[in-house]
Design a protein around this ligand. Structure first.
Ligand code: SAM
Length: 319
């Protein structure tokens, strides 16, 4: 049977946290029986002395249906899970199944303490207080094996968290991440569109990305201004590439798209500190038209460019 967390833990869905008066109101959260979840969350936050911090991206999920939907994407109840930023536990309550190894990393020490209390009934669950970006999966899950990473990601660390996940690809089965809709669109954009950028290429080189579902601002407290999207990200190398090729291709994508108005030859020359002639020679050898814009190149074309660069060695510097 599923252990029951003590009252007052795991957000405003249970126990003493429900409060219907005062506090900040999102006004649009779903009703969850005794008072709305959105009214429970302000009460819990007040009790903990937490004012939602923009810097920490503290928009708490207050729609349990969304939490259940995310947790439902993980079929195996024993699959080890890392949650980034559990906050008040809106997702954790569905993720910390009995028997599952579950680690939640929370930067805000008041929320981490609150979570530690909430996770007490789950012997294989624990909270680590700290910045997830300073930690490693090897330390959090020393027994080895692949982990599913889940998080309603704070906006400020969306890109670094994604890089963090993909830098440890050998330990990640997949990641289920709630991100701003615009960010999700960037990850799945096609070359030549305004959403397409170096982060699209980086992710395309290192993972498969799938849109799972969209979440409206009313599902959070405080209510954000933008929609969110839940993504499934599965680490996998771009077919036939080495780590060095992918790293170089990413670097070239960053260099090529640093200044959107420039032609590829000029942007590459500037970004890689080459002369214009060297940049043009590199592009000619890779079979890429130098007057194209960087944002029109596919991941495969950046791989071709990276291979040429690696084959030639740094111009003037031998192999
Ligand atoms: N998972 C909760 C939910 O869905 O309601 C909270 C999500 S809230 C968008 C982001 C959470 O991440 C906050 O609790 C915040 O304190 C925490 N956080 C922010 N930066 C962090 C970091 N670098 N490492 C770990 N947690 C972080």
């Amino acid at each position: 049977m599923r252990p029951t967390p003590p009252p007052g833990v795991f957000s405003g869905f249970r126990g003493r946290t429900a409060s219907t008066s005062g506090g900040r109101r999102s006004g649009t959260g779903p009703r969850t029986g005794a008072g709305s979840a959105s009214s429970g969350i302000p009460g819990t936050l007040r009790a903990l002395g937490v004012r939602p911090s923009k810097r920490l991206g503290q928009n708490f999920l207050c729609d349990p249906r969304v939490a259940r939907r995310i947790a439902g994407l993980i079929e195996d109840p024993l699959e080890p899970v890392l949650e980034i930023g559990p906050g008040l536990g809106a997702l954790s309550i569905d993720l910390a199944t009995p028997g599952r190894q579950f680690v939640a990393v929370e930067l805000d020490f008041r929320l981490a303490e609150h979570m530690a209390m909430g996770l007490r009934p789950f012997p294989r669950a624990r909270v680590v207080q700290g910045n997830v970006l300073d930690l490693r999966l090897g330390g959090l899950f020393p027994d080895g094996g692949r982990v599913t990473v889940v998080g309603n990601l704070p906006y400020s660390i969306t890109t670094p968290a994604l890089e963090w996940i993909l830098a440890q690809a050998e330990r990640v089965g997949r990641a289920l991440l709630m991100v701003q809709r615009e960010f999700a669109e960037r990850l799945t954009a096609k070359p030549g569109t305004k959403e397409y950028g170096s982060i699209t290429v980086f992710v395309g080189l290192n993972a498969g990305v799938q849109n799972c579902f969209r979440v409206s601002p009313g599902a959070f407290f405080p209510r954000p201004e933008v929609d969110s999207t839940v993504l499934e990200i599965t680490p996998r190398p771009f077919p036939g590439t080495t780590a060095e090729e992918r790293e170089t291709a990413s670097r070239m994508a960053r260099a090529s798209m640093g200044s959107r108005r420039k032609t590829l030859a000029n942007a590459l020359a500037r970004g890689l500190e080459l002369s214009a002639d060297e940049a043009r020679a590199l592009l000619a050898e890779a079979g890429v038209d130098p007057v194209r814009r960087g944002e029109t190149l596919s991941a495969a074309e950046f791989v071709a460019l990276a291979r040429t660069w690696l084959r030639r060695g740094r111009p003037g510097g031998g192999a």
